[in-house]
Write a protein that binds this ligand. Structure first.
Ligand code: AVI
Length: 323
């Protein structure tokens, strides 16, 4: 376990073979799919950061403003001597606001993208030298070695999951994820989770079909990544970005549409595409406050408080583990 003077680093990253296995399984299905977790290579993470700055993409700036306003109240609810466990490391901006208010004993960031994780935790370690900082390179949708968290010596743990990334899971996946988060939070623990709200479809459509085409580049980047890392031969000119809101399912669906009949090879596996056939690359579920609280209850949490911005675009839920 390599570690530096300012933060611990644990490498629990799954083997690269699982990327190839997932791509082959996803592209062999009758309705082709790729997991959104593969968007986030270095270029994909940069494109996502650019999405967060887009005028049409309201979630990031809304959540940031809510945090600025509500972090002291969040800190009061969390209490002293806590340990924050964050799923995903992002740019660190939201985390810095939370750490400044909560003043935890320890902070653990868990992310699959090692490079971004190290950059974010190094920045936070420099800003908050008094906080015990840990970076864990791991897939947080899998079980984590809890004994590493027990060593933190915090009075209580709060699992922090901002950004509405929970919306990228199907509802059963979100439920399983919340159950796992409840275990990670442990006795006296809690969770702070950002959740995008249901809203008029026009606003959602604009947010996922931005005028500058950054979301399209983000979506197409997963094919670049397959070409580069798995010896694929996707012709990026022959696929198009598509995102639409399915009101019945309550989710944005992102797809890559094949613009012609074609065959693609990945590490020796061949896949046929008909013109108009799609690869489903992402769901982004939107929840009402009541819907999300019901899900949290089903996962064994007690929904204690929910902050919502004035325009009712975004919500941040505070959930506790019942005694
Ligand atoms: C990371 N996640 C919450 C984003 C979302 O809005 O579902 C990913 C994204 N996809 C397209 N734009 C942003």
């Amino acid at each position: 376990m390599p570690s530096s003077a300012r933060y611990e680093y644990h490498d629990l990253k799954p083997a690269a073979a699982s990327f190839l296995d997932d791509v082959v399984t996803g592209l062999s299905a009758p309705r082709k799919t790729l997991s959104p977790k593969y968007f986030y290579d270095t270029r994909g993470s940069q494109l996502f950061d650019a999405i967060c700055e887009l005028p049409e993409y309201y979630p990031t700036r809304t959540e940031l403003a809510m945090l600025e306003a509500c972090a002291p109240e969040m800190a009061e609810r969390i209490g002293p001597k806590s340990g924050i466990v964050e799923y995903g490391s992002g740019s660190g901006r939201k985390t810095a606001i939370l750490i400044r208010a909560v003043r935890p004993l320890a902070y653990v960031a868990i992310d699959i993208s090692g490079e971004q994780l190290r950059a974010a935790v190094a920045g936070l370690a420099a800003a908050f030298p008094e906080v015990h900082m840990v970076a864990m390179c791991a897939d947080y949708t899998r079980k984590l070695p809890l004994q590493k968290l027990d060593a933190l010596d915090a009075r209580s743990r709060v699992v922090y999951f901002p950004g509405s990334t929970i919306g990228n899971f199907t509802v059963p996946e979100a439920l399983a994820f919340l159950r796992n988060a409840r275990e990670v939070a442990g006795a006296r623990g809690s969770m702070l989770v950002g959740v995008d709200l249901k809203k008029p479809p026009g606003l959602l459509h604009a947010a996922y079909n931005d005028a500058q085409g950054v979301t399209a580049a983000f979506n197409l980047n997963v094919l670049h990544r397959i070409n580069r890392e798995l010896h694929g031969d996707f012709d990026l000119e022959a696929f198009e970005h598509r995102a639409h809101y399915d009101a019945e399912a309550g989710r944005i669906e992102m797809h890559l549409v094949s613009t012609r009949d074609q065959e693609v090879s990945v590490a020796g596996h061949r896949f046929a595409f008909a013109a108009g056939e799609t690869i489903h690359t992402e769901n982004s579920y939107k929840y009402s406050v009541d819907e999300f609280q019901a899900l949290a209850r089903e996962a064994g949490f007690e929904p204690v408080h929910c902050w919502v911005d004035d325009a009712r675009l975004f919500s941040i839920h505070y959930l506790t583990v019942p005694a």
